[in-house]
Design a binder for this molecule. Structure first.
Ligand code: SN0
Length: 315
């Protein structure tokens, strides 16, 4: 594995989950692997879990870590080829990325979508240039369309809490106050489509995800119907993909509360965090034993560690 940008980069999903669980049981077993290696983490957007869990994962493997908050501390980057740079941007990615590549052995970048131009976001214009011009093994810290470190942590959490039968997993859209990327939802869907689960996606009409990621998952517009028999409910907001980046008129009753869980199979509730309490999910769920959100966050460390381990071993 040279890069980790999508489930498609992973040679064996089950093996990676098992590797993460083994690292969770024995986090310091591969301290030698990252000796004299540097991980460069570049953030063009805010982060709490990704930043800290990836750094801790790298430390477990004996790596050094440098973080650049490129949105605040770096020069404003230009990504357009042929740009006449007489405006706000100071440094072109063609110049900045090779420098990062010469300093670091592995590069991770967080680059959210602009949510203005669908094609630009779908083409992962920013991530592709980082990969190309750094020339180093690459781990996505959430790109315009996907968040694979989150999805791997979700897959680990599902595996640890899996019932004996093939679980029914429901991805349930939630209300929000601002336009939110599709990355977490897209990525969760594409990972679940690679696991032995039944995936149902529920959202109001107009919030259909890009079928390139949702695949053949059943879409059910009636949330209560979708929740029937659910073993896991993954709550997440995303903006419209069809009416790109827009918030459509929304019904606050899509917020998941304890009463929504009545028809489920005593479902466990998941969310990637940060969560807007009492908008996406009620306090009573987040503070109840049904919630898996802290387990998901903890598993971010071992997801990142399994990925970094493979990048170090194979490059
Ligand atoms: C990001 C997202 O892609 O959904 C990061 C999740 C890991 N979340 C947000 O942008 C939430 C922002 C907010 O104001 O609630």
């Amino acid at each position: 594995m040279r890069q980790f940008t999508s489930v498609a980069d992973v040679p064996d999903v089950q093996a990676m989950i098992q590797e993460a669980l083994a690292l969770k049981a024995n986090p310091f077993a591969f301290q030698h692997l990252g000796k004299n290696k540097t991980l460069g983490l570049v953030f063009l957007n805010p982060s709490l879990r990704t930043r800290m869990s990836t750094q801790i994962a790298a430390q477990h493997l004996g790596m050094q870590v440098i973080t650049l908050n490129a949105d605040k501390d770096g020069w404003a980057l230009e990504f357009q080829d042929g740009a006449v740079m007489n405006g706000a941007t100071v440094e072109h990615i063609r110049d900045a990325a090779p420098v990062l590549g010469s300093y670091c052995d592995v590069i991770g970048v967080r680059c959210f979508p602009g949510l203005q131009h669908r094609e630009t976001d779908d083409q992962e214009h920013i991530m592709r240039q980082f990969i190309r011009y750094t020339g180093k093994p690459y781990v996505s810290l959430e790109s315009a369309t996907l968040h694979p470190l989150q999805s791997l942590a979700d897959a680990i959490t599902l595996t640890e809490n899996r019932p004996k039968h093939r679980p029914r997993v429901v991805l349930s859209w939630a209300p929000h106050i601002k336009p939110i990327p599709h990355a977490v939802a897209n990525s969760f869907a594409e990972w679940m489509n690679r696991m032995d689960v039944e995936l149902v996606i529920t959202h109001p009409e107009g919030y259909e995800l890009n079928p390139a990621y949702s695949g053949t998952a059943r879409v059910e517009y009636n949330q209560q119907k979708a929740l029937e028999g659910a073993d896991f409910v993954y709550v997440k907001n995303w903006s419209s993909y069809r009416d790109y980046g827009k918030i459509l008129p929304q019904d606050p009753s899509w917020m998941l509360t304890l009463s929504h869980l009545n028809a489920t199979n005593q479902a466990r509730v998941m969310h990637c965090l940060p969560v807007r309490r009492n908008v996406e999910l009620s306090d009573e769920i987040l503070d109840s034993p049904a919630s898996l959100v802290q387990e998901q966050a903890r598993n971010r460390v071992f997801a990142a560690q399994a990925v970094l381990k493979q990048l170090l071993e194979k490059n």
